[in-house]
Write a protein that binds this ligand. Sequence first.
Ligand SMILES: Cc1ncc(COP(=O)(O)O)c(C=O)c1O
Length: 455
Amino acid sequence: MLRRSGLSLGQYFLRRKNRAGFSWYFNKTKMSRLVQARRLEGMDKNVWVEFVKLAATYPTVNLGQGFPDFPPPDFVKEAFMKAVGGENIMLHQYTRAFGHPVLVTILARFFGKLLGQELDPLTNVLVTVGAYEALFCCFQALVDEGDEVIIIEPFFDCYEPMVKMAGGTPVFVQLRPKAAEAGKLMSSGDWQLDPAELASRFTERTKAIVLNSPNNPLGKVFTRGEMELIADLCVKHDVLCFSDEVYEWIVYDGKEHIRIASLPGMWDRTITIGSAGKTFSATGWKIGWSLGPDRLLKHLRTVHQNSVYHCPTAAQEAVAQAFQREFDNYGKPDSYFVQLAQELQQKRDWLVRSLVAGGMKPIVPEGTYFLMADFSEFKSEVPDLPDSDEPYDSRFIKWMIINKGLVSIPVSAFYSTPHKRNFDHFIRFCFAKEESTLKAAEDILQQWSLEKTGQ
Ligand SMILES: Cc1ncc(COP(=O)(O)O)c(C=O)c1O
């Protein structure tokens, strides 16, 4: 019709409007009321949507979003192919809504050992669409209007909107950097909680604290002492802990990943969250889980059964087979978990060297496949606009993507609004990348450094 009439889209709608007269006006008035639910106000911006799109728009070396650009191990891929191509045709159909039986069984066995708890596969394990859904279920099921939830900054960005969508109030406490040892690069371990400041955040309204160790974006692995401090406060104030442990296997330099649910008094008040995507380098599979006491998990099941209901059966079957293999190889050199951390540590060291040579100051992470780097030396490249709504790191990365072809993520996205500006001289890089990708990033940084020094 539009093509036949030879009108532009604007002209076409103007004509229709005039022809429709009063009824058009009436409908328009009706449509002008607020359409979105109030709980969505202020939540439309999302760093991943914005920067993933930018990374796809320009030819870039992408060290932005957190996913490996190398394949999952063969045994994981083969497990999936067997699940979809094998004789068990029921793997193409619905399975148990709270988790495929073979998957919840092996998760209960595996993590029961690590947590020092006898886990019942049917009541202590819930399978979700990635760790993301597990987090969403925690907040929706256990946080009420007026509840406060403590979030440690910097934090994985979805915690804040998820608390707010549940009607809760996020209360922030910061990891504070102390100076690095003379002549050494700063480590993520140099960022610590002030015990008095942390204690002051617990009030009678506190319902839960979110703990993320190893932490995204900093790479901090909380020590046993730090975990005990948090655990003691949770027990003292009768507070829940949502422990996001998606990077549990990615820990370096002999550091130990402590599971807070294994500390005294914590099992009964903790939901432990994991991700097959991070565990087996297959982020697109979107299989995650929550572990915890039935008194908490039964409420997460209510959210799950009334929202997502069910996760893909074949992917769950493949993750179950992969876990069974890791169970048999636990702690041995053949274990993927052992090999992944070793390989990523080399990649971490490579990126640290490239950044230092290029003039940035990386904070060496103790875990995860991310690192934060201070790019203050590069501030002359992009003018600061103190009155701009957009934090400096975000504008800097947009410039870097367009002019240098290198993608990273602004660290201000991992801070609450009042604190963003204090950390907008950091950007986050992901190093779960092929050697060729890391080499390409190194070349960009090297060339950039030569241009800066006028050589
Ligand atoms: C700390 C943290 N938690 C949860 C998630 C979400 O994991 P999944 O992809 O399994 O939903 C991510 C993903 O980047 C993450 O970094």
